[in-house]
Structure formats: C-alpha cells, structure tokens
Design a protein around this ligand. Structure first.
Ligand code: FAD
Ligand code: NAD
Length: 394
C-alpha cells in the first residue's frame, strides 16, 4: 500500500511532526518499533527506580485523534530511495514523502568490549533492564558477600551520566534498606575522560553539582579515560582496573545506523546531512529530524542532539512538508535554545532556563516544567491529566 506521508520513529521529532500534521489535517502513517512514545529525557529516572517504566510511556494511539493518522508497529531495517520504499521486519512500505526520525544509538568509539559488557540508557526497556540488573547484583551480594556486586561504574560525565548518578544516589540507599545491606559498602563511581564533568553548564554550577553528588557518596573521577571493558571490569588509562558488577556507558551518542547503511550522506556521527529546510541533501522528498539529522547553522555549527532540538525540528518538518506539497514557500530551521537543565536526583538540579542560571529546587521544578510542556505539545490538558499520577510528579 502506498503512503503519501510516512514517518519513521515516534520519538520527539517524529511525534511532533505527527501532531502538527494532524493539526494541518494532513494524513500520514507512522512506523515505530513499539506502540508507545517514551520520554527519553526521563530514562535516568526509570533506571534509578523512580516510578514504573510504563509511567514513562504514552500509547501512540492516545495521541492520534484522526482516522487518517495510522500507526504501524514494525522495526525498520532499510530505506530504498530509488524505489521510495521502507523495509521493516514485518512489511515493506511505499511512500511519496518520508520523514526519518529514528533517533540515536550509543557511540562506543571502538573501545574494545564496551558494547558487549556495558549497559546503556537507550530505551525504556534498557532503563528497566539497568534497574533489574542492579537489584539482581545486590541480591547476589547477599548470597556470596562479594563486594563487586555492590560496585556501579558509570562511564561518561555528560548530562546523561550525571543525571543517572544523581538518580542512583537517591535510589541505592532505599534499595539497601529494603535488602538489609550497609549503604556504606556500595560504591557509585563516575569515570570521565575530560578534566571536568558537565561541560554544558557554567563552572560555578558545575562545582555545585560536584558537591551535591560527592556529599551524597558518589566518587567522581575526571581525567580518567576508559580504554577497554571486560565482563565486570573497566580498564582506564594509567590506573588500576575497576571491578564492578554494574557497568553503564553514557559516553556519547551517534545517529541510527540505518541512515549510513541506506546510503545517505552522513557526518562522522552517522547523521544524514540536511539543507536549511531539513530536507535530505540526497532527496528532497525526504526530511530528517532529531538526533538522526546533521543540521548545521549558517556558521557551520551543528545543533546539539537534544529533545528540544528534535521537537523544534519535528514541528518545522510538518510545516515544510505541507508547504512543499502545496507548492508554497518553506522556512529555514532556526534553533532556539531554552536552556539546559541537569537533574541531580528527584528534587534538585543545576542549569539555566532561557539563559538565567538556576540551581537546587528551582532547577528541579524547571525540569519538571519541561516534562509538562512536552505532554502539552503532544496531547494538551487531557494528556497532562492522564499522566499526572505517574510521569508528572506534581
Ligand atoms: P528518539 O527520542 O530517540 O526517538 C527515536 C524513535 O525511533 C523511538 O521511538 C524508537 O523506538 C524509534 N526507532 C528507533 N529505531 C527504530 C527502528 N529501526 N524501527 C522503528 N522505530 C525505531 N534532551 C533535552 O533536550 N532535554 C533533556 O532533559 C534531555 N534529557 C535526556 C536524558 C537522558 C537520560 C537521555 C539519554 C537523553 C536526554 N536528552 C535530553 C536527549 C534527548 O532525549 C534526545 O536528543 C531525543 O530523544 C532525540 O529525539 P529523536 O526524536 O531524534 O529520537
Ligand atoms: P555527551 O557526549 O554529552 O557526554 C559524554 C561524556 O562521556 C563526555 O563528557 C565525554 O568526555 C565522556 N567520554 C567519552 N569517551 C570516554 C572515555 N573513553 N572514557 C571516559 N569518558 C568518556 O553524551 P550524553 O551525556 O549521553 O548526552 C548526549 C546528548 O543528549 C547531548 O546532546 C546532551 O546535551 C543530551 N542530553 C541532554 C540532557 C539534558 O538536557 N538534561 C540530558 C541527557 C542528555
């Protein structure tokens, strides 16, 4: 069956394209691996034991209202530009216009053993797996008293690594009480190659983040590069290996490999190159958004791979797609930063909101506000009310 508009991926970019197309009364079909959209920006919460993993999802059918909007649950494996088809594990889909929003995968930088022997915060299932893995390790300690089971090593101190450490420091003491383990035996360490954690925030806020996390028991190791990983062991440059029952990699992201595998022109992080209107440089019937898109501003600077970028791109893609179909003028993408907020556990954080520095509970509240804003964009008050018992801890 031929689909006029086919959207691949129900993340931030894909969902915002879809909801905007509904408002513009343009029919579309979306193909996604799962029947739900998940809050990637909250995966650290799901891994750190806050709420149930399902609380971090929204069934896609709940967001779509029109009968002309269709969801197909399938895993995309290839895109054929010449034939204008997309292949999935369960079918082949023809299209006239294609929107690719297939997100990101972990970047391993070729570090031996890393992909095989580490856990990643790459989906809601992966977050649930991390939580289960830590619980199992702690239970194994009760069996054999091997302290390795109580060691958690997180590689990378960007926003993902630091938000995850903040969340683990909140959950681990509760887990220890539950299982009757002395909390002081647990070692949560973050390993970062660069001289600083959180390069995205200002130096004074970075110091606050360091203090907040170390006071709660985290070991923050900087200037420590991970060079190899084996089962239960992280090898670092110039120091003893770290023996740890839980090894989590948050050292960076790259675009979904399907783009490179399908012959798109990609950059060194596998992102498909797009023009100012977010059309693929290889085919003007294809738009690419979110972490899969290699967009550079007029100064040649790439935009950061974040949910706010993906959401802004998603909306513009819907507008440009309808403009293109109706022979109207398209608009160029202009990224507008709303700031960066890093949570350091359930209630506190550091960062800036629209350029204004925030910390502590205010930063925590500002972060909550971004979740509410996303739900509002997806489904208005109805969806906020629906999810207020779980994701939005009001
Ligand atoms: P995604 O949101 O990753 O969505 C991709 C979609 O494609 C998913 O639904 C996936 O299931 C689907 N998919 C993938 N492969 C296939 C396939 N083969 N077939 C079918 N479907 C497929 N950014 C911020 O701006 N603010 C934050 O506070 C923030 N916090 C973050 C916290 C964490 C822990 C992490 C990991 C990231 C965070 N980010 C944040 C970054 C942000 O989440 C990403 O930039 C954003 O999710 C990218 O959106 P996307 O639409 O490109 O991809
Ligand atoms: P990142 O690339 O921002 O950070 C990865 C960190 O890992 C870097 O500090 C890097 O120096 C370190 N690293 C890389 N190789 C290493 C090695 N061999 N040994 C030790 N350390 C190593 O990746 P991320 O934190 O996953 O973030 C990905 C994207 O998602 C970014 O654009 C980020 O802004 C966004 N994000 C945003 C938020 C937020 O806004 N709150 C939260 C999470 C992620």
């Amino acid at each position: 069956m031929k689909h006029n508009i086919l959207i691949l991926g129900a993340g931030y970019a894909g969902m915002l394209t879809a909801t905007r197309l509904e408002r513009l009364s343009a029919p579309f079909t979306m193909v996604n691996k799962k029947p739900y959209h998940y809050f990637t920006t909250l995966l650290h919460e799901a891994a750190g034991g806050r709420g149930n993993p399902i609380d971090y999802t929204v069934p896609i059918e709940k967001v779509f209202h029109k009968q002309t909007s269709q969801l197909v649950v399938d895993e995309v494996t290839a895109i054929n530009r010449e034939a204008r088809t997309v292949t999935g594990k369960s079918g082949t889909y023809e299209y006239e216009y294609l929107v690719i929003a297939l997100g990101w995968v972990p970047e391993y930088f070729g570090i031996p053993g890393l992909a095989e022997h580490s856990l990643q915060l790459s989906s809601v299932d992966a977050a649930a797996h991390i939580r289960q893995h830590i619980e199992n390790e702690f239970k194994s300690y009760l069996q054999d008293q091997d302290l390795t089971h109580l060691r958690i090593a997180v590689g990378g101190a960007g926003l993902t690594g630091i938000e995850l450490v903040g969340e683990l420091l909140d959950w681990v003491p509760k887990l220890c009480v539950e299982l009757g383990i002395d909390r002081h035996l647990v070692d949560v360490q973050n390993i970062e190659a660069m001289p600083n954690i959180l390069p995205q925030v200002s130096p004074d806020l970075r110091e606050i983040a360091k203090l907040t996390l170390t006071e709660r028991g985290a070991k923050l190791r900087t200037n420590t590069k991970i060079v190899k990983v084996e089962a239960g062991a992280v090898y670092v440059e110039g120091d003893e290996p770290v023996q740890a029952g839980t090894i989590i990699w948050t050292g960076g992201v790259r675009a979904n490999p399907i783009l490179a595998e399908s012959g798109f022109t990609v950059d060194r992080r596998g992102k498909a190159q797009v023009n100012a209107y977010l059309q693929s440089v290889d085919d003007d019937h294809i738009f690419v958004g979110g972490d899969s898109a290699g967009f550079q501003d007029e100064n040649g600077k790439p935009v950061p791979p974040t949910a706010q970028t993906a959401s802004q791109m998603g909306k513009l893609i819907a507008d440009n797609l309808t403009a293109l179909m109706h022979g109207q003028l398209m608009r160029s993408f202009e990224y507008k930063s709303k700031g960066t907020l890093a949570s350091l556990g359930p209630e506190v954080g550091v960062g800036d909101a629209f350029g204004i520095p925030v910390r502590g509970v205010v930063a925590g509240l500002a972060k909550e506000a971004t979740k509410v804003e996303h739900l509002w964009e997806l489904g208005g008050l109805r969806l906020i009310a629906d999810k207020s018992g779980d994701v939005v801890h009001l």
